[in-house]
Design a protein around this ligand. Structure first.
Ligand SMILES: Nc1nc2c(ncn2[C@@H]2O[C@H](COP(=O)(O)OP(=O)(O)OP(=O)(O)O)[C@@H](O)[C@H]2O)c(=O)[nH]1
Ligand SMILES: [Mg+2]
Length: 361
């Protein structure tokens, strides 16, 4: 890792300071005035630390003085989709952040069901937005569309699993995927680099579309350009999460205590957690724009093609269509049988001395 990284990704002020108020320097003032509405989702195999990470990411971290209900030290297995919304204000800039935690899937081969609820959730938010957008009160639509999805990849495998490939492909036209390697503390630096490369190769090989950070505009300052380059080079971010505050170097830090030392979550030398958060904050607006211009547009045009039929009922519709087709086929077969019978009758009746002797049907 390069020597400059710590200064670039370290939290500048209090531990609870995220830094999105600095956005005016980097993004348009317009959306800063309006405030941001942003939804982040986490998806991946069970036990990879999704719930732990999102707790570290914003919900508890942001309010060190407040007790957040549900953010207990020990996180239980997530069993249903849970969306929590926090409204944060930093230096007059408002952010309404929703974090959608999803139940991790297991090793079962038939995981279509767990895919389905997550995909339906994404579609439902599009659906709701479309509905609100075509309503009368268009000025005050609450945007709950999923703007970004952290896809958790196991550090224990040798790359992507078939399920990862299938899942990412199932959602890549609906949401901005940011791949992350979970539990990076279980990997050596060499192993991390190898796994990162492998995952990127496999993403390419399987034509999985992940979110691409746009290059910094030429008029941005050099620091921001350098930051963007570093962020790009870090994908897939390898992260560590923890809900424990540990004494290290005389202060309390979020970390994981091992016999040989402490892995600090917010130490860029230890893992990419801060890079991931910086990426999210500095690219919040771009993630929103891609959601609107690409994913939502996809959804909308699909809906129009279906003549307004709901996308969320896709599978149900497929079954229904199949049933209808079968019924139609049966009707046609019956019709053909009737026509054949009639032709036979005509043949026998109209051409009496042709010597055809058949039974009347
Ligand atoms: N080594 C290590 N363990 C972690 C890390 N993050 C979380 N864990 C541990 O992994 C276990 C599972 O964490 P969870 O956050 O519940 O995982 P999850 O992905 O939300 O799991 P499901 O809710 O079942 O999908 C817990 O015991 C965590 O303490 C990490 O970065 N490194
Ligand atoms: Mg969980």
């Amino acid at each position: 890792m390069s020597k400059q990284q710590p200064t670039q990704f370290i939290n500048p002020e209090t531990p609870g300071y995220v830094g999105f108020a600095n956005l005016p320097n980097q993004v348009h003032r317009k959306s800063v005035k309006k405030g941001f509405e942003f939804t982040l989702m986490v998806v991946g195999e069970s036990g990879l630390g999704k719930s732990t990470l999102i707790n570290s990411l914003f919900l508890t971290d942001l309010y060190p003085e407040r007790v957040i209900p549900g953010a207990a030290e020990k996180i239980e297995r997530t069993v249903q989709i849970e969306a929590s919304t926090v409204e944060i204000e930093e230096r007059g800039v408002k952010l309404r952040l929703t974090v959608v935690d999803t139940p991790g899937y297991g090793d079962a081969i038939n995981c279509r069901d767990c895919f389905k609820t997550i995909i339906s959730y994404i579609d439902e938010q599009f659906e709701r937005y479309l509905h609100d957008e075509s309503g009368l009160n268009r000025r005050h639509i609450i945007d709950n569309r999923v703007h970004c999805c952290f896809y958790f990849i196991s550090p224990f495998g040798h790359g992507l699993k078939p399920l990862d490939v299938a899942f990412m492909k199932a959602i890549h036209n609906k949401v901005n995927i940011v791949p992350v390697i979970a539990k990076a503390d279980t990997l050596t630096l060499k192993e991390r680099e190898r796994l990162k490369k492998r995952i990127l190769d496999e993403i390419e090989e399987h034509s999985i579309k992940i979110y691409h950070l746009p290059d910094a505009e030429s008029d941005e300052d050099e620091d921001f350009k350098e930051q963007t380059r570093l962020l790009k080079a870090s994908i897939p971010f390898s992260v560590v999460g923890s809900n424990q505050l540990i004494e290290a170097k005389g202060k309390k830090v979020r970390g994981r205590l091992y016999p040989w030392g402490v892995v600090e979550v917010e130490n860029p030398e230890h893992n990419d957690f801060l890079k991931l958060r910086t990426m999210l904050i500095t690219h919040m607006q771009d993630l929103q724009e891609v959601t609107q211009d690409l994913h939502y547009e996809n959804f909308r045009s699909e809906r129009l093609k279906r003549g307004g039929r709901k996308v969320e009922n896709e599978d149900m519709n497929k079954d229904q269509i199949l049933l209808e087709k079968e019924a139609e086929l049966r009707r046609m077969q019956e019709m053909i049988a009737r026509m054949q019978a009639q032709m036979q009758l005509q043949l026998q009746g109209g051409d009496g001395d042709s010597g055809v002797h058949g039974h009347h049907v």
